[in-house]
Design a binder for this molecule. Structure first.
Ligand code: PLP
Length: 426
């Protein structure tokens, strides 16, 4: 099939009629599929079920340093949990605080604390006229939701193939004291699956912020989430790089086992410099007596060490890989050569980022929803839910059963074709 832009009006009208018939037929299938959130599927949850057998009423719940995990105590996490998560995110255990079940919660707390109490003695952000955050786009909607909730002005920073546009980042960060942070998903980014290059990481580490309370929010959610064993992407360790660059306090690094063990019931952590740890612990000690140590112990006893996590992630990859491949195959078969869309081919993470012709994304998502396939709302990958081009759609292949994914993607590509034809006809 030739590119749509080379078709005559008659050809487009004829094709539109044909596609409409196909769409009507697919609506008749009464599909009900959810591709909106990057949730693991049931098979992925099942691979962690043995973790439930690790602790029972006869287990010894004493941790390595003799602490009874059933009782209060330990603000910043069990030593063995810090070691495990530290190894996972390539940070020494002493640079970590283990929190509860959610890294997003830690990010929220970090912003909230900065708002009310400032960062290492600086003016609380709520006392400033304006606070701004840089937001690489497309990005993670829940990051943007946090900054929007606190009334922080968000500035779009376009992503390139090797990370955010660093010329722009450097300009904003060095010139504007109101810029207090940047959201980053540096490895297998959400949604594009891009891993920041060494050059980009080094430029982050060397930033010269106008604001001394500027922090990089380095959300390492997908550090272990490779799809291909022989094509793993790696990234320079940002805390180490920032220390080398004389900028030791510039980074908060976040992580969790949400998409390793159980989402919402995993273990989450922040890694940062000793100065930041002191600052954070002052607040944390008021907020809680300690997080769930039994869950930390369960994770440590189940995985044992980093090799346990690596082996476990291969099982996730074996389930996810065919799903990603199905999505990419349908995209290529149905849309290849039509010049009406582009998409990323990630080597890890949870998403495939898809771009329609400008002005088509909302319509595609609506059409798919009407026919029973729920996608992430168009615009969700941009601050304030506003995609200036109305083109980006985040595809989350993990959750639907493999057998339904092909049908869902065929419907999706049909919706893309219909919306594109209408764009050309108007
Ligand atoms: N960060 C990113 C980039 C994510 O994509 C997600 C979940 O989709 C999270 C954080 C949520 O992590 P948690 O479950 O640890 O709060």
């Amino acid at each position: 099939m030739k590119p749509y832009k080379e078709m005559s009006r008659e050809e487009l009208l004829e094709l539109k009629d044909e596609l409409k018939k196909q769409y009507k037929m697919m609506r008749g299938l009464n599909l009900s599929l959810d591709m909106s959130r990057g949730k693991p599927c049931i098979e992925q949850l099942d691979i962690s079920m043995e973790m439930m057998d690790i602790l029972n009423s006869s287990s010894d719940l004493t941790c390595e340093d003799g602490m009874d995990c059933r009782n209060y105590g330990v603000l910043d996490g069990l030593p063995e949990a810090k070691k495990l998560i530290g190894d996972m995110i390539e940070v020494p255990a002493e640079n970590l605080i283990i929190y509860g079940n959610s890294s997003l919660n830690i990010m929220y707390d970090a912003i909230s604390r900065s708002m009310t109490h400032g960062v290492m003695g600086s003016t609380p952000w709520c006392c400033l006229d304006k606070v701004k955050f840089l937001c690489p786009v497309p990005g993670y909607d829940r990051h943007f939701a946090i900054t929007e909730y606190f009334g922080i002005e968000m500035i779009n920073i376009p992503m390139t193939d090797e990370g955010p546009d660093m010329d722009l980042v450097e300009k904003y960060v060095s010139e504007d004291e109101m810029v207090k942070g940047i959201w980053c998903v540096p490895k297998y980014s959400n949604p594009q699956g891009i891993t920041y290059s060494d050059r980009v990481v080094k430029r982050f580490a060397r930033l010269k912020p106008a604001a001394k309370d500027f922090r990089i929010y380095w959300d390492n959610a997908y550090s272990m989430h490779h799809l291909y064993e022989d094509e793993q992407e790696n990234i320079l360790e940002i805390l180490e790089e920032s220390k080398k660059a004389g900028n030791p306090d510039i980074v908060y690094k976040f992580s969790s086992t949400s998409k390793i063990s159980f989402p919402g019931s995993g273990v989450a952590a922040i890694a940062t410099s000793p100065n930041n740890l002191v600052d954070i612990k002052k607040q944390l000690a008021i907020q809680t007596i300690g997080h769930d140590k039994v869950n930390q112990l369960r994770h440590v006893r189940y995985y044992k060490d980093i090799n346990g996590i690596i082996a476990h992630m291969k099982k996730h990859a074996d389930i996810l890989r065919p799903k990603f491949e199905t999505v990419l195959e349908v995209l290529e078969t149905e849309l290849g050569g039509l010049e009406i869309a582009s998409w990323h081919k990630p080597k890890g993470g949870y998403f495939i980022s898809f771009d329609t012709l400008n002005g088509c994304a909302k319509e595609v998502v609506e059409r798919a929803q009407k026919a029973g396939v729920k996608l992430t709302s168009a615009g969700a990958t941009y601050p304030y839910g506003k995609d200036p081009n109305d083109s980006n759609i985040r595809i989350a292949p993990s959750f639907p059963p493999a057998k339904d994914l092909k049908t869902a993607m065929e419907l999706f590509t049909l919706c893309v074709k219909l919306a594109s034809i209408e764009r050309y006809l108007t």
